[in-house]
Design a protein. Structure first.
Length: 363
DNA sequence: AACGAGTTCCGTCAGAGGAG
DNA sequence: CTCCTCTGACGGAACTCGTT
């Protein structure tokens, strides 16, 4: 596979680490399932019989995930190979090295490493779950990285945007934004841009809305939907103030009680059946024109499809970048750990040489 | 303050590869 | 084969920082 996988392989190849204490597992993209996992590796270098090397790999949990499998402890035997490398003698090392050499995607990398290293950590199933659980950033490099000659893992948690899938978005025809809102799409997000976070919708607090109850989100239809025309309230919510006059706001309430809003240009909402196709990202409800006949409707449909594709790709790119960042941080931390390890081994070698020389002199 | 170079972030496109 | 996801590449906008 072209892309980052190749780079990773290259980087791995440059790191002479046979202990493979799976730091990547801590960078896994499923913080909701991360747990406090302490790997205690007791390595007994043959050169210094009475100085076991304690290796601790601490994977910090997120605040939400502490309860999952806290306190798991693994003890892994580490041996030294003929070249002075510490080698973890796990049976799955071969498999993990193979995984590293294949390197199919960030998701797969992290998934496989997670499952191999910490069985308690669930694989990534839904990005929405993963995002929903991430609420903070915490990058922890264990103190031993700076202070002592020990090795281990690390914890990296990524800052992420607020969960974008927790609340459903009704996706309809693109609504032109007022020029003032078009200046920076990355920072100003709101009406008409269904790809953006739903928080914009929640900001619509204008009084001119009618609440609609729907027991089942997946079976929402226009039946029973009521609309009201926005007359530009101009107070309170920024999004409401920026809306063109005549914009229709539809508010509905799901079974779980959460309220949702959708804005549609005046006169368009009647033609749409609202449904939740399985292909859409979780929580996104798409409004599909019914009975397309005219070329204009076909054009609108294709435009809508394109918008949907772009939206999905936008989300995918975001996720991809997030994973990539996480992955790079993992590697950086691992480099720091290995550098420290290398330093320790060098000092160890030096002291052994001195010891040997001293012995040779006395004899 | 104005300017330019460098950096970061984001959206989009294109292509590879997997799943059905 | 088609559809979908993932990710590198690209360009634009915003931001930072040093220089004038």
């Amino acid at each position: 596979m072209p892309g980052f996988g190749g780079k990773q392989l290259e980087m791995d190849g440059s790191i002479d680490d046979k202990s493979e204490d799976s730091p990547s597992s801590s960078g896994s993209s499923q913080p909701q399932n991360l747990s406090t996992v302490v790997h205690t590796i007791t390595a007994v270098p043959t050169a210094i019989p009475n100085q076991p090397v304690q290796v601790q790999s601490v994977i910090q949990p997120t605040q939400q995930s502490v309860i999952q499998a806290a306190g798991q402890i693994q003890t892994v035997q580490v041996e030294e190979d003929g070249e002075g490398h510490l080698v973890r003698t796990d049976p799955d090392i071969e498999k993990r090295r193979e995984i590293l050499s294949r390197r199919p995607s960030y998701r797969k990398i992290l998934n496989e490493l997670s499952s191999a290293e910490a069985p308690g950590i669930a694989k990534i199933e839904e990005d929405k779950e993963e995002e929903a659980a991430i609420t903070s950033i915490q990058t922890t490099i264990p103190s031993y990285v700076q202070t002592s000659g020990q090795y281990g893992g690390y914890c990296i948690k990524e800052p992420t945007e607020p969960p974008s899938h927790q609340l459903p978005i009704i996706y309809g025809p693109p609504v032109p934004l007022p020029p003032a809102r078009m200046q920076d799409s990355s920072k100003v997000r709101g009406i008409g841009d269904a790809s953006q976070d739903s928080s914009s919708y929640k900001k619509v607090t204008a009084g001119q809305t009618i609440q609609i109850a729907a027991a089942n989100q997946n079976e929402l239809t226009t039946q029973g939907l009521q609309t009201i025309t926005m007359t530009n309230a101009g107070q309170g919510a920024v999004t409401a103030a920026a809306m063109p006059a005549g914009t229709t706001i539809v508010q509905y309430t799901q079974g779980d009680g959460s309220q949702q809003f959708v804005t549609v240009p005046a006169g368009e909402v009647q033609a749409y059946q609202i449904r939740a196709p399985s292909s859409l990202p979780a929580g996104v409800v798409m409004a599909t024109p019914t009975g397309i006949t005219s070329p204009q409707q076909l054009a609108e449909e294709s435009a809508r499809k394109r918008e949907l594709r772009l939206m999905k790709n936008r989300e995918a790119a975001r996720e991809c970048r997030r994973r990539k960042k996480e992955y790079v941080k993992c590697l950086e931390t691992r480099v720091a750990v290995l550098e420290q390890q290398n330093k320790t081994l060098i000092e160890e070698l030096k002291s052994l040489k001195e010891l040997y020389c001293h012995k040779a002199e006395t004899e």
